[in-house]
Write a protein that binds this ligand. Structure first.
Ligand SMILES: Nc1ncnc2c1ncn2[C@@H]1O[C@H](COP(=O)(O)OP(=O)(O)OP(=O)(O)O)[C@@H](O)[C@H]1O
Ligand SMILES: [Mg+2]
Length: 208
């Protein structure tokens, strides 16, 4: 049994059965517009990075799918299947207080990464899964990095801001506020630097 559950920008996500259990196989496809060597190098790097960062993130207290196998020649990762919905898909239908709670937890997850000097790299609401027990999971760590600077954390926050205004324009203020509150409450005083950098990056963007 194999079933495609998502086609991301760079990969196919398959639900698959192994050893009498359901898993997800993330398979990075080739991009026809890239030179073959560059394409293969990029898929390899992102696959191994994702594999490593999924467990680095978990060690920092963020829920991520566990990895069972990785194949750098096939560009695949076999990981836990998280049964739930993309935060992006359900945000609109949630009661306001529930929406705020999830945003705050999203902010907390990003804060836990940043406290460990890790950035997610693509922190959008489609990379957040909410399961049936209302637990939040982060996925898609192919662009994640360690040893993150304040600038990199600022960019991560800026990407959240931008994702909220493009995908949730009618809820963006409420969502951003709750996300930043979750972030600041977790990090405390030191959150100021990354948040100030987020504003700075936004201003830079305005005049370019
Ligand atoms: N382990 C998992 N369990 C359940 N669903 C998953 C899992 N991993 C990914 N998905 C689903 O598949 C979607 C695409 O996965 P992912 O974001 O990792 O791929 P991607 O190609 O990098 O996507 P994009 O480039 O569109 O961000 C996710 O948004 C999520 O809905
Ligand atoms: Mg994604």
């Amino acid at each position: 049994m194999e079933e495609i559950i998502a086609r991301g920008a760079e990969s196919i996500i398959l639900k698959t059965e192994r050893w009498n259990r359901i898993f997800v196989l993330k398979w990075r496809q080739s991009k026809p517009y890239l030179f073959r060597d560059i394409d293969s190098q990029l898929r390899k790097t992102r696959t191994s990075r994702e594999c490593k960062m999924l467990s680095v993130a978990r060690a920092l207290g963020v829920s991520t799918p566990a990895v069972y196998a990785v194949d750098l020649d096939d560009y695949t990762i076999l990981m836990d299947y998280i049964e739930g919905s993309q935060f992006k898909q359900i945000a609109n239908s949630l009661p306001k207080n529930q929406l705020k709670k999830f945003c705050s937890e999203f902010g907390t997850s990003i804060a836990l990464l940043h406290q460990g000097d890790v950035v997610h790299g693509d922190p959008t609401t489609s990379n957040v899964i909410i399961d049936s027990k209302s637990k939040l999971w982060l996925v898609d760590f192919g662009l994640s990095e360690m040893n993150a600077t304040v600038e990199m954390k600022g960019v991560d926050l800026h990407l959240i801001h931008r994702a909220l205004e493009t995908t949730h324009w009618d809820l963006q203020e409420c969502m951003l506020e709750a996300t930043i509150k979750g972030y600041s409450d977790t990090i405390g005083e030191e959150a100021k630097d990354a948040l100030a950098r987020m504003e700075e990056i936004r201003e830079r963007g305005r005049y370019h």
